[in-house]
Write a protein that binds this ligand. Sequence first.
Ligand code: SAH
Ligand code: SF4
Ligand code: F3S
Length: 438
Amino acid sequence: MSKQYHITTFGCQMNEHDSEKLAGMLENMGYLEGDSIDTADVILLNTCSVRENADLRFFGNLGRLKHLKKENPDLLIGVCGCMMQQPHIVETIKKKYPFVDMVFGTHNLHDFPEMITESLCNREMNIHVWNEHGEIVENLPVKRKYNTKAFINIMYGCNNFCTYCIVPYTRGRERSRKPDDILNEIRELAENGTKEVMLLGQNVNSYGKTLEKKVDFADLLYEINKIRNLERIRFMTSHPKDLSDKLIEVIRDCKKICDHIHLPVQSGSTRVLKLMNRQYTKEHYIELIEKLRKARKGIAISTDIIVGFPGETEEDFHETMDLIRKVQYDSAFTFLYSPRKGTPAEKYEDLIDSQTKHKWFDLLVKELNAISYKKNLSYEGKIMDVLVEGKSKTDNTKFSGRTSTNKLVNFSGDALEGDKVSVKITKAKTFSLEGEII
Ligand code: SAH
Ligand code: SF4
Ligand code: F3S
């Protein structure tokens, strides 16, 4: 019987895609994806460090693996991803979790097959964490989770150093893949049935800056838009400071680009944005939203917001409330600020008590949800194109898929994964729509 693997992934799409590559490498070595962690021969935890509770969840999960290792000493346990790029985390693993076999970081994912071989031979904790990235490694095998839609890295790392954020430390400096490598990957996928691509980067709007060839994100989108059989293009994340007029024109002109943009604002207060090193003002952000809505009527807009950044005052919070009322987001991810070791904001003075932060958080979420619901209500009675992703997770007599505006639709009727179907929207909810195929 083939040996089995199990991967648990924390964090963002970047990590999800890295796990698809780890799965690809394991399958090339003859392992198969197992149904249960209890019977796996290789267990990997791919970690995220963006907020403290991500760290805590990881340690909780890791602690629970100790008994599996006791029952089966041949089991290989690997931990990888963003947390491993931080020396204090690796120290903790060495001290408190000696049953771990492999520790590796984000810069040397491609070494994973060698690490497996090494661990099968020596049975001690093998730690391979590069401090810096090397050359971009192309053509790693990928076992993709979905058939219809695919994640594509267009760049790695981040140079923005927002003062709260750990990512520039865990993912290293910004570097872009060559356009031809990206285009060839997407062409091949499209020929094999992929309908939608999600282009990934911490700041896709600065794509190309590290390449010899003069090419930017707008140029890349223009080329991807020409790929035959590909129907939809999504991307994340866009940084407002680099959202150029040229890019807005490409969004206007390229029909395959979806009617949705995720444009994290983080705060509505220009003063806080400055403390965060975001490099734009509230006014500039609102102007961008107006330009986008002019270029693409009906474009859906989503965002990320941090509540309780050190130094944020009641007045700053009201600026954020004012911004969300002005922008009218389709959806938003809200986070309570979490201090991250080694980032500048960790040292900033914080005068606001946790109760106040929680109160602000609740007020913000309530308002955002009311806006989302209102936006979704405007879909009732409309007929939308939905790309079918499979059976609905909430009701297996139904299917689910997404509109170009990224609304999740659960609908009745017969459909096949990958089909684009017309769905009449019968009911709006805060986070999804219901409908029936017509
Ligand atoms: N590169 C992306 C986002 C990466 S992290 C961008 O620039 O938008 C995803 C989100 O996590 C961020 O947008 C931010 O809202 C949130 N986040 C990052 N660090 C955080 C911290 N220390 N505390 C709370 N939220 C944080
Ligand atoms: Fe973090 Fe800012 Fe880079 Fe996004 S742009 S990954 S928030 S430093
Ligand atoms: Fe987390 Fe790393 Fe992504 S810190 S959010 S997994 S880049």
